[in-house]
Design a protein around this ligand. Sequence first.
Ligand code: FE2
Length: 388
Amino acid sequence: MIFGTGMAATTGQLAAGYGGRALVVTDPNLAGSPGLDSVRTSLHEAGVDVRVFSEAVVDVPESTIAEAVASAAEHRPDAVVAVGGGSTIDLAKVTALLASHPGPLSTYYPVESVPGPVLPLIAVPTTAGTGSEVTPVSVITDAKTRMKVGIASRHLIPRHALCDPLLTVSAPRTVTAHSGMDALAHAVESFMAISRPPTASSVLARPQVGKNLLSDTLALTAAGGISANLARAVDDGDDLDARSAMLYGSLLAGIAFGNAGVTAAHALQFAVGAATGTSHGLGTGLLLPYVMEFNRPARRTEMATLAGAMECADPVTAVHELGLRVGLPASLAEIGVEAGDVRGLAEASIGIRRLIDNNPVPLDVDALEQILRAAWHGEPNRLSTARG
Ligand SMILES: [Fe+2]
């Protein structure tokens, strides 16, 4: 990991360490931006032969993956450089995967099924964020089911996370708010995740093993930093101190959930996002306080520790209020979910076992429906009232 203002200038030397050719993966909005220019200049000065694929889009559809892989096949890069948000980095991950191992991509849907190393990946995030620059996960959209699928393998962890806060100042207000709430969800969900007694076989069977001492340490620092700086970064995108703190927080949260895993808020977002067309961070941020409240009986110690890190009386209330403060919708009803849709969303989420099984309280469809019902009303304390 390389972190700091101006560090995009190190891209060229890092890439040159793998050979003379690089594929840059980015999106159309960033294609002419100063941030991307600083990366390209650095690659040029290091003598790297660059091809730019600038067609990354949100949700990573398979048609875009096919185009990026074709671009890689023509250019034969020694490294892939991803410059963008989570979708762009996730696209670069599967491009590096399919440039190194035969398809179809669905071969790799089972956890930890990538057979070996992929093309070296240098991830340069422009949002704070998904933390994808340090995680073993790439979330793509399956062409047949149109559902999001997470491909998880230690081989998908980028070789380098190159975090330059200057590249995040151009992120629009809404993107900053949604991706920042997503980063907070990563920190809080990994801190409150299931705890599994480690065994030699279980720690190798999956990259995300539940909460542990290292992930807890990082998650706590991340939760404190993000909750103190998100509103500042949203209010003034040029506030470089707030931008730096957010990028650092999302980096730490990324390492935390890359090892611990996230839980019900992320599982439910897959279904809510597909049904409403809303962004990943809007959904995880909106759902987070409800999942926290549902999990409270099993995580009272963690809740007290979080209150200290976030300097608040109650973390559920603080997360809910921060979401509203940065402009998240107040309820699922507000984003167009009908009361009658809630059961179906719960049923669609229960199958995402990688995340459902990582929740500290066992979940069934009724439990997920209860969480969604409270979020539909926009009232986290409906869950505590129901509990008595
Ligand atoms: Fe997320």
